[in-house]
Design a protein around this ligand. Structure first.
Ligand SMILES: *Cc1c(COP(=O)(O)O)cnc(C)c1O
Ligand SMILES: [Zn+2]
Length: 446
């Protein structure tokens, strides 16, 4: 623990503070989310972001190699001896003109931040590097999470790397095969609850409290500290310049919350001059944020969020026995735990929220596969959402836009095969059957 960091309740009428030596995950006084906060005057933060580039020369040092820890002054909550890394954050920002064309933007302006290159194949590893460091700081011996898939894969990988026991809770039948296979292979005890992700999320919180397990869902504020670095790396890849827009899929809303916090801090520190706008994209079958923000006008309001709007909507979901449904399983969530922090991020980044259909997601995914580095369905919601925003004139064709591609294409091979076989989608590329005959085969080659 460093004396530069502490935890603070985000509820302005509570505002309780706790040191970083505790693992709490919710304010014990009022039940709200906690933030990690810093006494910046006690930290030697470089006075220019480009100073971080010096670490590139030092890549034999695991902490300098890590795409999370090379920015360590910006998440300075623990001493180096606790820091965990398995080489996360070696990601690519790819400029892509073919996909710019698909969303009707001008060439040279669209960038894809490909987080599929992380050790477990999704952006979650950025958060786990930070959260498992905190777990070591507090002396945890066993970890747990609820997961739509990628969290369990990432937790299982980091847990065995740090010698922590690991239990993951997944909903019945909804998890993509690539992700399930990882968790099992990495040695997690996997408990399949008869219910959806939101049910698992409720259960895991009670299990963690009762058994003293260390919780790794994005309720954990230390995870979000690690995820801030995705924004630092986008800025880094743009020559230490900020884009005009960040586009991110919205599930439990940890990423969007972390990104907003990252920009607010960089601005406060004088390390950036302006804050980019952010668009958060839901799937229409799991569009709680879109409904609450766009239709029910829920806002951050300096932390005084109108809880009645949320409670009424959730009561309505319960009354309808609503369970979210989308092919983008990573964002199939109807009670996002970071909702309030996300509202704050929307406030910080002058954000917008949109929902896109599964068909739009699948087409966008195929386009990203064909012309980009590929991604899993939830990640493709960004491009589908951007297409809407350009058509609406909210994103200008010549603005600089960075979409966060959150997960690797091999996470969900079933969806990819289903899309391509039998020419089901606009961009289907089905395999062609051929007789075992040279002339016939040659006739088929185009
Ligand atoms: C977890 C996940 C998301 C959702 O991110 P949140 O931070 O929960 O909003 C989106 N895409 C992928 C691939 C994920 O694994
Ligand atoms: Zn509180």
């Amino acid at each position: 623990m460093t004396d530069a960091a502490y935890q603070k309740c985000i509820n302005p009428s509570c505002g309780e503070e706790f040191d970083c030596g505790q693992s709490l995950f919710k304010c014990p006084k009022c039940g709200e989310l906690l933030d990690v906060r810093y006494n910046w005057d006690k930290i030697e933060v470089p006075n220019k972001l480009s100073e971080f580039a010096k670490r590139w020369a030092n890549r034999g040092n695991a902490l300098d190699f890590s795409g999370v820890w090379r920015f360590r002054e910006l998440l300075d909550f623990c001493e180096d001896k606790y820091k965990v890394t398995i080489g996360e954050g070696q990601t690519i920002l790819q400029q892509n003109d073919a996909i710019a064309g698909y969303v009707d933007m001008n060439a040279g302006h669209l960038y894809l931040q490909y987080e599929g290159l992380n050790p477990s194949g999704s952006f979650k590893d950025n958060g786990m590097a930070a959260a498992f460091s905190h777990a070591k700081l507090v002396g945890a011996t066993a970890s747990a999470c609820a997961s739509t898939g990628n969290t369990s894969a990432s937790v299982a990988l980091y847990a065995h790397h740090c010698n922590l026991k690991c239990t993951v809770f997944i909903g019945s039948g909804r998890i993509a095969f690539g992700k399930l296979s990882q968790g099992i292979d990495y040695g997690a005890q996997t408990i399949q609850v008869q219910g959806d992700f939101d049910d698992c999320m409720r259960q895991v919180q009670d299990v963690c409290t009762k058994l003293g397990l260390y919780l790794l869902n994005s309720l954990n504020p230390f995870r979000l500290e690690g995820q801030k670095t995705i924004m630092y790396r986008i800025i880094e890849a743009l020559g230490w310049d900020v884009p005009d827009w960040i586009i991110v899929p919205g599930g439990n809303l940890g990423n969007s919350s972390a990104f907003g916090k990252a920009f607010a801090e960089l601005k406060q520190l004088g390390l950036i001059e302006r804050i980019p706008r952010m668009a958060i994209i839901n799937a229409t079958g799991a569009d709680t944020l879109t409904e609450l923000v766009n239709n029910r006008k829920l806002i951050w309001n300096n932390g005084n969020v109108n809880q009645a709007i949320i409670d009424n909507f959730y009561a309505d979901l319960t009354a309808r026995h609503f369970s979210p449904h989308t092919c983008a399983s990573a964002i199939e969530i109807s009670r996002p735990v970071n909702l309030k922090k996300c509202l704050r991020a929307i406030d910080i980044c002058n954000g917008v929220v949109r929902a896109v259909t599964d068909e739009e997601i699948c087409d966008a995914k195929a386009v990203i596969g064909r012309f980009g580095l590929g991604c899993e369905p939830a990640s493709a919601a960004t491009i589908a959402g951007l297409k809407h925003l350009v058509a609406e004139g909210i994103v200008q064709k010549d603005q600089k836009v960075a979409c966060v591609l959150t997960g690797h294409p091999l996470k969900d091979p079933n969806l990819t095969i289903n899309y391509h076989k039998d020419k089901k989608g606009k961009f289907s590329n089905p395999p062609i059957e051929a007789p075992n005959d040279l002339d016939e085969i040659i006739k088929l080659i185009k």
